[in-house]
Design a protein around this ligand. Sequence first.
Ligand code: SF4
Length: 650
Amino acid sequence: MQSTITPTLNKYCNDLYKYSRYVTREVKIGDVAMGANNPIRIQSMTTTDTMDTIGTVEQSIRIFEAGGEYVRITAPSKKEAENLAEIKKELKNRGYDIPLIADIHFTPNAAEIAARIVEKVRVNPGNYADKKKFQTIEYSDVQYQEEIDRIRKRFSPLVKICKTEGTAMRIGTNHGSLSDRIMSRYGDTPIGMVESALEFVRICEDLNYYNIVLSMKASNPQVMIQAYRLLMHQMAEENMNYPIHLGVTEAGDGVDGRVKSAMGIGALLEDGIGDTVRVSLTEAPEAECPVAIDIADRYKGRENHQEIKKTVVSMFNPFAYNKRKTNAVSKIGKDQVPVVVADFSKVNLETPESLKSVGYDYSEELDKWNISDQAIDFIFLEEPKLNFEIPGTLQIITPYKTWKDLEIKDTSIFPLYDKESFLWKVTKSDTLNFVSISTDELDEEFLNEINHEKSVVLLLRSDNKHWMADIRNSFFRLKKANIDFPIILEKDFSNLSEKESMLFSATDFGSLLIDGYGDGIFMKSSMDAAAMNETVFSILQSSRTRISKTEYISCPSCGRTLFDLEETTAHIRSKTNHLKGVKIGIMGCIVNGPGEMADADYGYVGSGIGKITLYRGQTVVKKNIPSENAVNELIEIIREDGKWVDLKPQ
Ligand code: SF4
């Protein structure tokens, strides 16, 4: 394997400290231009059969009414590509002039037809005139160049049509569907993803065609973020500035789908990257638009944030995961998973039942706590007075003033100081002391004072509108001062709706965790304890920093889908959601599904009407079995691998 891309600088955005959108070139897509100073555009994709003209038109209208500015429609073969003309005509008849995008995989013929009808075509360089058979092939440089020349021949007619017709093109790489050629040379890496797209861009530029949009999707937000950053870096190196389409592919549904999307998309928008957003949920496409709008609208007016006093650190590597090195203080920091702190100061803690929503289920009959994989680690209480004994794994944080007056210093209760009280050299816990501190207070004097402490964990907060960048800058400052205390990320979302709290916490905490910053989360919000717990553990799971449940990589469905994805995903989830750490791909079609589910351990893939093919990794285990038995057969395969766990009777 080799790489032609070797990022020499960590430059991938305008500024790590001052928000501004990276200005790309303007690309015309019908009457709705993208890039440059245009707003961040919202889009979605239909799930109907493209031959169902009325169904597709009506769904496109629903997407538009929900805020979608472009509608993507799959064109798997020539006949669907031709039917795009009927769809367009019917939309016009109904008074809708929505720019349409044809989604192409494998079929240059369909692309060449669609490019004459719709405003934009999307091609996947992993399978457009290239192949994906999971083969490793050794290419000499000459052979590799011959392959590129072959692709050039096959791809150039489409570029010429787009140029003549004024049609835009998205060159959209997917982590899961890199071609055998790219995989053989670059591996399954962000570099491979970037190079896959840029090979196609270079062909376009040779033909003087520049109406291009680029994307680098993956279902793992960490891979996706690194690939987009690398793309930005490489575009700058090659004097390119194409608009960027952001998306986390196969994100799934419900809270997990939203958290994953807000994390991947939001982390890039935070740094000013992104010109259009598509949130892929295994739900009705019109449900995607409000989520995308919430994520994107957050950056309106962001440039007016309070100044961040920057600390320049050249050792931040945005292209690879590097966990910040910390010392371990009790169960926090070093190689331990990030901890979760919940604010219980307003929760009535009369009975053990009050801890059920945060992972602790007390059985009176057995006098025993059942502790789930999503059990929190600390609760914050103003007064640590409880009528029952808490489980051994749960500990309490309480204000120093309360803690110091406790008659017996219970080993499960720890003090929380503010900066001043900590510096007064007051009594401290021998094992664990929390200091709540804002980024403004993190000055040299404080850092010098506490540098010798061995039992400190900081709860780091900020009031800056550009919160993530301000907190990230504080990590740079700590690094410069050689301070290695564990840090818990603290943010209060109480003034936001439940929906916004979920999305924005995923962006804020997730962006930092994905770069290796943070040893815990302390989230405050108006959500109830159960919803907040679900959100926080979903953030940890999506950032792959603390795995506590099964992961589902389910495609959003499209006109190729061979079964009801929403219903099937819910069914599979109901049977398997206790299998911690197991990744299950649920894909609507055999054409793209196996490639798209990339790093899933098992795959459930539609391979015909009423037929399912099951995979172990990328290997077919059961082919074309009736869908009625498929979930049970999937469970059997998981059982054979020793990964199945029987549920305990309640
Ligand atoms: S995997 Fe799903 S979204 Fe992708 S092409 Fe197949 S059915 Fe459509």
